[in-house]
Design a protein around this ligand. Structure first.
Ligand code: GZL
Ligand code: ZN
Length: 332
């Protein structure tokens, strides 16, 4: 009898201890891993403003699924305060890692300090923040937007002769800027401006934000066509604004790609189709397929491995001939 009770008691105590530990372990992680050991990532996305963003979101979601992550995803509809709210909620939920694409460069230090104090690593994807304190995030995975602007400007310098459509000796460029304050808008404008310095006949005569949307590009292009004389070239910071500009140019009875040269950035399917049919003249690729690299980086960070502070995405450029060739195989 004694032996049985002791054993029973011991077993009971042991099993209680075991349950306690499991529960503790579980409850310590249950906010984070839902108890099934999965890595939980909170991702705060900019919005759904463009074809690029849609492809980027699909890549993040697919890669999280492939990597066996639990993904908590929020769409900020382009508002910084919504992204900050989402990050705060990820902190409260004790996710394992936070990733986001900052809609604008400024105003992130406070919420990133909160994540740091909560011991939750942060990975920047796509767009950068201007925080001086690089300890606020583990790494920044995304394109070099200044280089993208330079590639666009270099193409125009190399193709200056046939870009002076009105033959007045000046190449007048109107610029459709991305979202005001966003890293790609700031940096693409900077890279483009530095590249066209090589040819003084090229000048940006007007520049305004179309907020990376097709409708924004169309409205701004309509106003440029009314207010600017001798437009030779449009430089749009993304395909979607370039496609909007095409609508405005055609509505004005002009032939896009011929009467007005168009250079854009992204190389999403709709942009590449317009390039292949001659309505756009040159596209600088900006690769949205960041999902796999993001999940790899998150695993390395959570395994305590060193990750590079900056991971630059691979991307290229396309002429009209190249677009026609690659269009059938484009993933996005
Ligand atoms: C660039 C990305 C930009 C795209 C736009 O990495 O942030 O935002 O160029 C998108 O199409 O809206
Ligand atoms: Zn001209």
């Amino acid at each position: 009898m004694w032996r049985k009770i002791v054993v029973k008691k011991t077993l009971t105590a042991a099993s209680a201890l075991l349950v306690g530990v499991t529960a503790l372990a579980g409850c310590g992680d249950s906010d984070a891993s839902g108890g099934d050991g999965k890595i939980v990532m909170g991702f705060a996305q900019v919005g759904a403003e463009s074809g690029w963003r849609t492809a980027n979101t699909e890549s993040i979601k697919q890669s999280a699924e492939d990597a066996g992550f639990e993904l908590k995803f929020s769409d900020a509809q382009g508002k910084q305060e919504n992204q900050i709210k989402a990050i705060r909620s990820f902190i409260q939920q004790k996710v394992d890692v936070i990733a986001f694409s900052p809609v604008v460069e400024t105003g992130w230090d406070a919420v990133l300090q909160e994540a740091k104090r909560a011991g939750i690593p942060v990975i920047l994807t796509d767009r950068a923040v201007d925080s001086e304190d690089t300890s606020l995030y583990e790494t920044f995975l995304g394109s070099d937007f200044v280089l993208e602007g330079e590639k666009a400007g270099e193409w125009l310098v190399e193709n200056a002769a046939e870009s002076d459509v009105d033959g007045d000796g000046d190449i007048n460029v109107v610029q459709l800027e991305g979202t005001t304050g966003a890293a790609p808008a700031i940096d693409r404008a900077e890279g483009f401006a530095s590249a066209i310095e090589a040819d003084p006949s090229i000048e940006v005569t007007a520049s305004q934000t179309g907020d990376f949307t097709r409708d924004g590009g169309k409205q701004v292009m309509e106003s440029f066509l009314n207010s600017e004389d001798g437009i030779d070239v449009v430089f749009a910071h993304n395909d979607d604004m370039g496609l909007g500009a095409i609508e405005a140019i055609e509505a004005a009875g002009l032939e896009p790609g011929v009467d007005v040269k168009i250079i854009t950035v992204d190389a999403v399917r709709d942009g590449m189709a317009a390039l292949a049919e001659g309505k756009i003249n040159f596209i600088v690729e900006c690769n949205p397929l960041l999902g796999d690299q993001l999940m790899d980086l998150a695993e390395q960070v959570l395994d305590g491995e060193e990750v590079p502070e900056r991971v630059v995405t691979e991307e290229t450029t396309f002429t009209q001939e190249q677009a026609a060739e690659v269009l059938p195989d484009r993933k996005y």
